[in-house]
Write a protein that binds this ligand. Structure first.
Ligand SMILES: NC(=O)c1ccc[n+]([C@@H]2O[C@H](COP(=O)([O-])OP(=O)(O)OC[C@H]3O[C@@H](n4cnc5c(N)ncnc54)[C@H](OP(=O)(O)O)[C@@H]3O)[C@@H](O)[C@H]2O)c1
Length: 411
């Protein structure tokens, strides 16, 4: 391909729908057709997964399974599948483990260890039990992928008193991030970090990242973006009457975008060097026929679901292609990485994601007007998520609660 044609592709890959349908490669070098394994393989020289520990929620099927598989086959040291169904999770771990054994590292190094721990994102207690089980493994954490998600569904409250989309897609991921934050920052579980070898810890935990799997459906939220009053409505009658499955799903995925942006700003602004090395991204996998999307289409889609399905048919991806953007967030370099040399930054194959980026087809994309402009709503949504997950002694005075108290949020 001529350099002019390549430059044209790079410039227009994000133009919807032509760039998507034609599979044009954007600035990152990847396209709507790239797969998770391809993304990990081709980024290996820039940001190796060797020695990394990853947790992927909802990894027994669909996008989560393909993301976990790509990370494991890319040479990570440990991949923990966080699944609600332990039997399906153990089976998925076995399949990935077998494949990882088969695809041993070039240097003959031992393959990745893959295991499953149970978590039900509808219950804060279950999230906490998961975090405790992870802590007992005594591992650092470099990659946390919040993939488990509830697709459009009828109104229901969880046992913790929250609307279901909000708890599964937003509050439980926030709680899990907070409970695992010490591991993400590279701190040993204990309070003796002052005397620890900071350099070694930074090295051990270089470029930790948290990836929220969001959706382009965040654009189909309620007119006011996020209905925070509804989230705190204890009688639930009004909420039930006004519930719209598609909008409630969009609302939760909009919150996730707010969180990625605001947590990224909070970490970047932090005075603690370890915290500045934790990046947050939000990735839209694309339209994929999976167990969850089929259930949502048949049960809660209504006429909009049918219309979206018809319009979206030419844009459908396989789960492996859907996982590409998620995997990309796990391996791409991000701007705040302090060890990024200027040569790498200037190198023609190196692509740097901005901390807090919204990623579609492996490239930074523009989110809805709420994300781009409504900083106040973003802050309020974030504050709501932090307050709702303050219930545990471990979270009450953590870095996020501290930043909230200091008002250190940007956007
Ligand atoms: N498919 C699409 O077109 C599309 C488009 C945009 C965004 N997404 C997002 O992509 C992510 C993955 O979805 P997918 O399409 O791969 O669907 P999927 O194959 O149905 O996977 C969803 C995963 O989330 C898990 N999960 C759901 N509720 C859970 C809970 N309460 N606790 C723990 N795990 C739970 C499921 O576990 P079980 O197997 O036990 O149910 C499953 O492992 C979701 O966040 C979704 O919103 C999907």
């Amino acid at each position: 391909m001529s350099s002019t044609a390549r430059a044209f592709e790079r410039k227009h890959a994000g133009c919807w729908p032509v760039g998507h349908l034609a599979g044009w490669r954007g600035p990152s070098g990847f396209s709507s057709r790239s797969t998770a394994r391809e993304v990990v393989r081709e980024n290996a020289g820039l940001h190796t997964l060797h020695g990394r520990v990853a947790v992927v929620t909802g990894a027994n099927c669909g996008v989560g399974f393909e993301t976990a598989r790509a990370i494991a086959l890319g040479g990570a040291e440990v991949v923990v599948l966080a699944c609600r169904d332990s039997i399906a999770g153990a089976e998925a771990a076995r399949v990935i483990q077998d494949e990882a054994r088969f695809v041993a590292g070039d240097d003959g190094s031992s393959s990745c260890r893959v295991c499953c721990l149970r978590v039900d994102m509808e219950s804060f207690e279950s999230v906490r039990t998961f975090a405790d089980a992870f802590a007992r493994l005594n591992l650092p954490l470099h990659i946390l992928v919040h993939n488990a998600g509830l697709m459009p569904a009828p109104y229901e409250r969880t046992r913790d008193g929250h609307e279901r989309h909000m708890q599964v897609n937003v509050l439980s991921p926030v709680l899990l991030t907070r409970l695992l934050f010490r591991a993400l920052r590279g701190e040993d579980d204990g309070s003796n970090t002052a005397g620890a070898d900071e350099g070694a810890l930074l090295e051990k935990n270089a470029a930790a990242r948290v990836v929220f799997v969001t959706s382009a459906a965040h654009r189909f939220t309620y007119p006011e973006g996020v209905r925070l009053s509804r989230q705190t409505d204890t009688h639930h009658q009004a909420s039930r009457a006004n519930h719209d499955p598609m909008r409630a799903y969009g609302e939760s995925k909009l919150c996730v975008l707010f969180l990625a942006k605001i947590f990224a700003c909070a970490c970047e602004a932090s005075r603690a060097p370890r915290q500045r090395r934790v990046a947050f991204f939000a990735a839209h996998p694309g339209a994929i026929v999976t167990k969850g999307s089929e259930r949502a289409r048949l049960e809660s889609g209504g006429w909009r679901g049918a219309a979206l399905h018809a319009i979206g048919r030419p844009f459908l991806k396989t789960a492996e292609a859907g996982a590409a953007s998620v995997a990309f967030c796990c391996v791409a370099r991000f701007e705040a990485e302090e060890d990024a040399s200027s040569e790498e930054k200037d190198g023609k194959n190196s692509f740097f994601l901005k901390n807090g980026a919204y990623v579609v087809n492996c490239d930074a994309a523009r989110a809805s007007r709420f994300v781009e402009r409504d900083v106040r709503l973003a802050r309020r949504a974030c504050r709501f998520a932090i307050t709702a997950t303050n219930a545990f002694p471990e979270t009450r005075n953590d870095a996020f609660a501290e930043q909230l108290a200091n008002g250190a949020y940007g956007a």
